[in-house]
Design a binder for this molecule. Structure first.
Ligand code: SF4
Length: 701
């Protein structure tokens, strides 16, 4: 090997450490970093094959391209031509229609430095808050719930708590497939401590359930009813921490009254699980000395996502199992740097360092720091709202950065129609495959993993540094450099950084005095320690493992808030015409919209094609057999895939993986043809877990 670097996996939010070697022929090899505190040398199938995605440059965008007219083909141009034209179009639109007529739609895969500059550009200099990312589709319900309950968007625990806990409740998540290395740590913890209890709630029997002491196979959308029923039993059995509740929380009385509204038996019928299993779950939690709640999309991607989150966090609060080793809520992040994006304020409703856009003092602090324009007090457009605004003509230009919305957005055919109507579309991407490319007026080729440097933060607040090893192909540039060059073409000052480290240092300085303060954390300190957890005040080299250990929360009263939320689901109900509930999700060896994992043949060996999971009883009544082509329909659209009959899914529920789409030349296997754009009213996160559909055997016309 001629050269090696230490970096971090760019797939999921677990954040595993990887060593990448380059040999004399320029070939890359990867291995898990044994010294990394997250994965200790382990890698999952996706991480182990990451180097192939960089070495295969066959789909890479190599040069900027542009067209002056939507009827003309795009042509190769220089960076200056592409950015000058884009700046001219943006300036004209802003002058004519105001700053809210342009928007940036970015990604939880962006590095923190990239997120920082694009957020600074739109909020501090263009003068609109129209920036959102695909993290809106993934984490925003958890963000809102943490804020409402703990006063801050902060994951209190660390992964080391897995080895210290004696009870884990996994709600609406399949970490065995979607966060595999974290799950291997759970498996190892269970092997070392047979008394470790694992409870799983999921409408499907997933790989995660194979380790569970108890699987609560609940009906989709009934999570709050289940959590409340568990809370009720904990209260009735005296398994709460009355002293913690009294001294460190607010809202318990209302909560206790709320959970008493339904008997356990009534809750059991609604949830479709045995009442004794609800009591068993509560008994496990009540008997545990430490307790982790772990969740992801099953709770977040819902029209009641924030309330689902709150009802689960309540179980940590009433038992006082938070802010202690082995205890607390642990939301798993789908994307590698969703946490970093939140740190820099890269969403339509927040400002850097978790500052509030609605707070005039916070806006002033950021305005003064950036020295640009007055920050608008108007919340920006969120992910789905941007595409609705394109459709209505309110939004004229959109800049799509490192994400594939025409596969990942709900009701995606509507989003596609909206993008067709857009006056001006910029796509900043590494690959020529994403569907969005065909609508681009300007294409800006971006550097990929190992081709640029920067930082990311994983789901346990752990910041890591990613090194550069490979020169980007063609004229591709790091995303942060593209944004800074564009900002300068727009005539804005404050974007003439000499290095990515300068951007990072500026980001750190804006956190000074906040709850996520990393103002004393340099690239050097991160590199020396491999990773550091925020906040970092220099007292301990590795940062802060756990939050709220003094039981002082970041609310005005310093007490955590126990919210008494309603338990009714607000998704579109099933009907005689649409009697089945569609839930979408992931498979083990693919990631998101397959623009990277889809390039690796080895990863296709696990599951090669899209499929519909359906219970044999539901299949029988529809005359559907294994491998029949079925058509799934509703008002939004249709999908045609092969049927997979399995008793691992509840009757009345069907499952489609979310990865496939036009990238493999077939938009009839795109799950989001069917999902709808109903949003959680607080987090504005769409619901991908509850869509009313019908399924029929497909007969060729
Ligand atoms: Fe990468 Fe996640 Fe797998 Fe770790 S668990 S190797 S971060 S995909």
């Amino acid at each position: 090997m001629t050269e090696s670097i230490k970096t971090t996996c760019c797939y999921c939010g677990v954040g595993c450490g990887i060593i990448v070697h380059k040999d004399r022929d320029g070939k890359l090899h990867v291995e898990g970093d044994k010294d990394h505190p997250v994965n200790k040398g382990m890698l999952c199938s996706k991480g182990m094959n990451l180097h192939y995605t960089v070495m295969d440059t066959s789909d890479r965008l190599l040069y900027p391209e542009m067209r002056y007219n939507k009827n003309l083909p795009r042509q190769r141009v220089s960076w200056d031509q592409a950015l000058e034209r884009t700046a001219a179009v943006f300036s004209t639109i802003i002058e004519k229609f105001g700053p809210e007529a342009v928007a940036f739609y970015a990604s939880g895969q962006c590095l923190t430095e990239e997120y920082y500059v694009v957020n600074k550009l739109i909020k501090g200099f263009i003068g609109s808050n129209n920036i959102d990312t695909n993290s809106r589709l993934c984490m925003s319900s958890a963000v809102a719930a943490y804020k409402k309950s703990l006063g801050e968007d902060s994951v209190p625990v660390c992964y080391d708590d897995i080895e210290l806990t004696d009870c884990i409740f996994v709600a609406g998540a399949n970490p065995a497939w979607c966060h595999p290395i974290l799950w291997r740590r759970v498996e190892a913890a269970k092997a070392a401590n047979p008394n470790l209890v694992i409870i799983v709630s999921d409408p499907r029997v997933t790989q995660t359930c194979s380790l569970a002491n108890l699987h609560l196979q609940l009906n989709p959308g009934t999570d709050i009813v289940l959590h409340h029923a568990i809370g009720r039993v904990l209260i009735e059995q005296g398994d709460i921490d009355a002293s913690f509740v009294h001294n460190h929380t607010e809202g318990f009385e209302k909560y206790a009254a709320k959970v008493m509204e339904r008997s356990v038996e009534e809750a059991a019928i609604i949830c479709g699980v045995p009442a004794e299993d609800i009591r068993k779950a509560a008994a496990y939690i009540g008997a545990s000395k430490s307790f982790i709640t772990m969740w992801t999309m099953g709770l977040n991607q819902s029209v009641i996502g924030v309330d689902k989150n709150l009802s689960l966090i309540n179980l940590n609060l009433i038992t006082g199992k938070i802010g202690k080793p082995g205890s607390g809520p642990l939301s798993l992040t789908g994307q590698p740097n969703a946490m970093g994006g939140r740190e820099v304020g890269g969403l339509a409703n927040i400002l850097p360092a978790h500052r509030d856009l609605a707070n005039p003092l916070h806006r002033k602090e950021v305005e003064e720091f950036w020295g640009g324009k007055k920050i608008s007090d108007k919340r920006g457009l969120t992910a789905t709202e941007m595409f609705e605004a394109l459709e209505s003509g309110k939004l004229k230009a959109i800049w799509i950065m490192c994400t594939n919305p025409l596969l990942s957005l709900p009701d995606v055919r509507k989003a596609e129609a909206a993008l067709k109507k857009a006056k001006f579309v910029v796509v900043q991407e590494i690959s020529s495959k994403p569907e969005t490319i065909q609508y681009a007026d300007v294409i800006l080729p971006a550097a990929a993993w190992t081709e640029k440097e920067g930082t990311m933060t994983n789901a346990e607040r752990r910041i890591s540094y990613l090194s550069k090893l490979v020169t980007p192909p063609g004229e591709a540039l790091p995303d942060a450099e593209i944004i800074c060059r564009f900002a300068q073409k727009m005539g804005y000052h404050g974007f003439d950084y000499n290095s990515f480290e300068e951007i990072y240092n500026e980001h750190c300085q804006i956190t000074k005095g906040t709850n996520i303060d990393i103002s004393a954390l340099s690239y050097d300190i991160i590199k020396r320690n491999r990773t550091v957890q925020w906040p970092y005040n220099g007292d301990t080299e590795l940062g802060t493992k756990r939050l709220f250990t003094d039981h002082r929360f970041h609310t005005p009263s310093k007490k955590a808030i126990i919210h008494a939320v309603n338990d009714e689901n607000a998704s579109e109900p099933v009907s005689p015409q649409l009697p089945l509930i569609l839930t979408t999700g992931r498979i083990r060896d693919q990631w998101h919209t397959m623009s990277k994992t889809g390039k690796v043949n080895k990863l296709k060996q696990h599951i090669a094609n899209a499929f519909l999971e359906i219970h044999p009883d539901d299949a029988f009544t529809r005359d559907i057999s294994e491998d029949d082509i079925v058509e799934i329909t509703n008002r939004n659209g249709n999908v045609r895939v092969k049927a997979k009959l399995t008793t691992s899914i509840k009757r009345g529920v069907v499952f489609l993986p979310m990865h496939w789409g036009k990238i493999l030349n077939n938009d009839l296997n795109r799950a989001n043809n069917l999902t709808h754009t109903l949003l959680d009213p607080t987090s504005l996160q769409p619901d991908f877990k509850f869509t009313a559909v019908e399924v029929k055997k497909y007969k060729k016309p």
